[in-house]
Ligand binder design. Structure first.
Ligand code: SAM
Ligand code: SF4
Length: 324
């Protein structure tokens, strides 16, 4: 018998999507994600271990989760990433991953055998020099090769691009052009503020501005969006792939939010922007039942953007510490 979803908040939203961060370590230094000051990586003993991830995920699935995304930091940097993916693949949920793709070639067999069909890859430019200036690393070729490797194995590949004014907004045309011959979904994300990422309102390249710019060069059609989609989807005429916008700043999509998050150190966040965290891992290590904690964390979920509207004074974990 189908179990009833118990993950309802006080605004009538039902939650069935869980994002689990595996680590706050990363092999890139993306300027919008990594704070300028040196980030201290959480020691391994404080991270959720393989069995703990499995137990916590199991409990969320019992409560109604239908889709799990592994994220980070860079999730594939974890030495036990293969084990974690394999363990979670037995759960009756869709399993997906967000990665910078540097290590994808080492994991592609694991993805296939674990039933992962869809992979989100972060890449903010198609120019190698610009890639270096955004990420402080020179792995551009590796990432491009791995994206094409995923495509050649028929994965659904979504490429996430954070467009920042004065940095990489011109890359928008290269990405749309890329969708001409490849079945890629490219998604332009409005630059979001997190602790230490030098966010300013004037650096946000808004949905409306992006769409207007694209319209100067391409004819496109609007595609249907599913109820819980965070992306507004479009397709350039005669292109194989699609493009979309994630409009957290100018058009938040909180009304239909179905997402919950767990940080790599086992804290539940009911919203990307919430300041409150519920320490599930410590409670579980003490032998406590974490179900009541999960449900009460959800009851405190705010209607919009964690109840935070003053983006210029946002104090939160950095994105790398939350798990995007
Ligand atoms: N390392 C993996 C990756 O880069 O895909 C997973 C973690 S990363 C934190 C997850 C997503 O968060 C990426 O798509 C990244 O572009 C997005 N992200 C990070 N900082 C952001 C910011 N300030 N504004 C918007 N998106 C951001
Ligand atoms: Fe690393 Fe992803 Fe953050 Fe870039 S966006 S620094 S790849 S975690």
């Amino acid at each position: 018998m189908m179990q009833k979803n118990q993950l309802n908040d006080t605004f009538g939203r039902s939650h069935d999507y869980l994002r689990i961060s595996l680590t706050d370590a990363c092999n890139l230094r993306c300027m919008y994600c990594m704070p300028n000051e040196k980030v201290l990586v959480t020691p391994s003993a404080k991270l959720m271990q393989v069995d703990e991830i499995e137990n916590i995920a199991n409990i969320f699935v019992e409560l109604g989760i239908k889709k799990i995304r592994l994220t980070g930091g860079e999730p594939l940097l974890r030495k036990d990433a293969k084990q974690i993916i394999e363990k979670l693949s037995y759960l009756p949920t869709e399993l997906t991953i967000s990665t910078n793709a540097i290590l994808v070639d080492q994991y592609i067999e694991t993805f296939i055998s674990s039933g992962i069909h869809s992979v989100n890859v972060s890449l903010d430019t198609l120019n190698a020099d610009e890639f270096y200036s955004i990420t402080k690393r020179g792995d551009f070729e590796k990432i491009m090769n791995n994206i094409h490797l995923l495509l050649s194995h028929n994965f659904n590949v979504k490429v996430n691009i954070v467009l920042m004014k004065g940095i990489n907004e011109h890359a928008i045309f290269d990405f749309i052009n890329w969708t001409k011959n490849f079945p890629l979904d490219v998604r332009f994300i409005e630059f979001m503020p997190f602790s230490g990422n030098a966010w300013l309102p004037e650096k946000v390249f808004s949905y409306a501005e992006m769409l207007n710019l694209i319209a100067t060069k391409y004819s496109f059609v609007k595609l249907n969006d599913a109820k819980n989609d965070t992306a507004k989807k479009y397709k350039a005429v005669n292109h194989r792939g699609t493009f979309a916008f994630i409009t957290t700043i100018t058009k938040p999509f909180c009304e239909n939010c179905n997402r919950l998050r767990i940080t790599a150190d086992g804290k539940m966040k009911n919203c990307l922007f919430s300041q409150d965290e519920t320490d599930l891992l410590s409670a579980m290590r003490k032998g406590h039942d974490i179900k009541p904690l999960i449900l009460s964390c959800l009851q405190n979920k705010k209607q919009e953007r964690g109840g935070r509207f003053d983006f210029e004074n946002i104090a939160n974990r950095s994105m790398i510490k939350i798990g995007g």
